[in-house]
Design a protein around this ligand. Structure first.
Ligand code: GTP
Ligand code: MG
Length: 437
């Protein structure tokens, strides 16, 4: 039999705090500490007692198993949110012999009791931690089981193909139809679906987790001025001297409902100054971590090799031709076009072009379809493995090898819904949750 756990489900210091209790002792514990009426799904008012001493006044609700979030006996208390009150109430609960919950333990129990599959359990956490409105929307869709439905459909299709191949291996004489001729196109069809989910998933991951945008360029290109103009505040130091910025400076702005973390970096050049060199190393590292690279180029200058390297960087990037109040930037524009990089001309000093730049970034982050579902990196990786297994089945010549690849595709898909996930993976997933969820 499981033990009974409790946790504060809200941050301390709000107006109201919520305490959750789950496990076989939930009802007896509630009876000990709460004077209100205790009835399934009935919210009642009462005192919270520590023995004979009232420690707070609040609301309580009891859920009889299995009709609760975790599928177990559960109770929730809504108390005053102050630190001292929460502490006394938690103290009273612990005296009833319950155990404090580990991170994600409520949702883990819900999963283990079959209340939700893994995609939904993870969506709970994504919803709690979503930093933007659109991120919350996609997590909510996932919570409603839409990802589970799509993955199940794909699993069925692969299982159908696999059963055909298995039948052809085991009973070659009895098969009336030729299953092998249409097989490659059937597999490709499924693989395309997986690849679309992955592609849209990557951009919707940016939606949920926010995007990282790094501004890079050579010294004095106008990066810090651009950074300040985008944030609308004087954050980074600007001087006419080359090599002003050293540390990476971070600011946050919301673009189309997405949280964007903007990074200003040290201008790239060879430097003998130690602090500047370290700053330049960090700037180069920022290139790899950024979802979008803004390549700041002074429209009035010549194009350097550093700038050419940035323009040829793979991944999402945009050339920002700076100081349009001083020059038309024709040479820089021509260079960006040569590398096939989109460009926009701005003057951070006058503000010209800045809102256009922000719109452009917004369009670069928009998922390609409205229904981007896969926002979780674990899911994206599993989909990628499933897709790789299908690719390998297309190359396979022996029926046995095709069957093996189709099986490994199914295993990867099963990891997403939890049907095939092993205990270690499941523990790791739930340990990322917050306590009380
Ligand atoms: N006229 C004009 N001057 C600008 C503009 N943007 C930047 N500057 C000037 O260019 C100089 C360098 O600007 P910064 O923003 O410090 O350049 P940076 O790229 O951050 O330089 P480092 O930090 O040294 O790499 C400063 O004197 C700015 O005032 C612009 O749009 N128009
Ligand atoms: Mg700077």
């Amino acid at each position: 039999m499981k033990d009974t756990i409790y946790a504060l489900a809200t941050p301390v210091g709000g107006a109201i705090a919520v305490i959750r209790i789950s496990g076989p002792e939930a009802k007896p514990a509630l009876e000990k500490i709460f004077t209100g009426k205790i009835q399934h799904k009935y919210l009642s008012h009462g005192a919270i007692m520590d023995g004979d001493i009232p420690v707070d006044d609040g609301m309580g609700v009891y859920f009889a198993a299995p009709n609760s979030y975790t599928g177990e006996e559960m109770a929730e208390l809504f108390i005053h949110g102050g630190y001292a009150v929460s502490k006394r109430v938690l103290g009273a609960i612990s005296k009833t012999g319950l155990r404090p919950a580990a991170p994600g333990e409520f949702t883990q129990r819900a999963f283990l009791n079959g209340k939700m599959d893994l995609t939904r359990a993870e969506a709970v956490m994504d919803l709690v931690s979503a930093s933007s409105g659109r991120g919350a929307k996609s997590a909510l869709e996932q919570l409603n089981g839409s990802l589970y439905k799509i993955i199940s459909e794909i699993q069925n299709e692969v299982t159908d193909l696999l059963s055909g191949v298995d039948a052809a291996i085991d009973y070659p004489e009895e098969l009336e139809e030729d299953i092998f001729t249409p097989l490659p196109s059937q597999i490709k069809h499924i693989k395309n679906k997986l690849d679309d989910l992955i592609k849209n998933g990557l951009s919707s991951r940016m939606v949920r987790e926010g995007i990282k945008i790094a501004i890079l360029g050579r010294p004095n290109a106008g990066k810090s001025t651009l950074f300040n103009a985008m944030l609308g505040e004087e954050r980074a130091i600007v001087t006419p001297e080359a090599g002003t910025t050293r540390d990476i400076i971070e600011g946050t702005l919301i673009i189309n409902g997405i949280t964007a973390r903007l990074f200003d970096t040290a201008g790239l050049r060879e430097s003998s100054n130690q602090a500047e060199s370290i700053g330049i190393d960090r700037a180069r590292e920022a290139v790899d971590k950024a979802d979008i690279l803004l390549i700041a180029i002074d429209g009035g200058g010549d194009i350097t090799d550093e700038e050419k390297t940035l323009l040829s960087h793979p991944g999402k990037r945009l050339a920002v031709i700076c100081k349009s109040d001083l020059s038309d930037g024709a040479a820089a524009i021509a260079e960006a076009e040569k590398y096939g990089v989109e460009h926009i001309t701005v003057s951070a000093a006058t503000g010209e072009g800045i809102s256009g730049l922000i719109d452009k970034i917004g369009s670069m982050t928009a998922p390609e379809t409205e229904s981007a579902l896969v926002t979780n990196i674990r899911h994206i990786n599993a989909l990628q493995e499933a897709s790789n297994a299908l690719a390998s089945s297309l190359d396979a010549e022996e029926a046995d090898c095709i069957a093996t690849d189709l099986r490994s595709c199914l295993l990867s898909l099963g990891e997403i819904t939890g049907a095939e996930a092993d205990d270690a993976v499941i523990d790791r997933i739930f340990s990322r949750f917050c306590v009380g969820k």
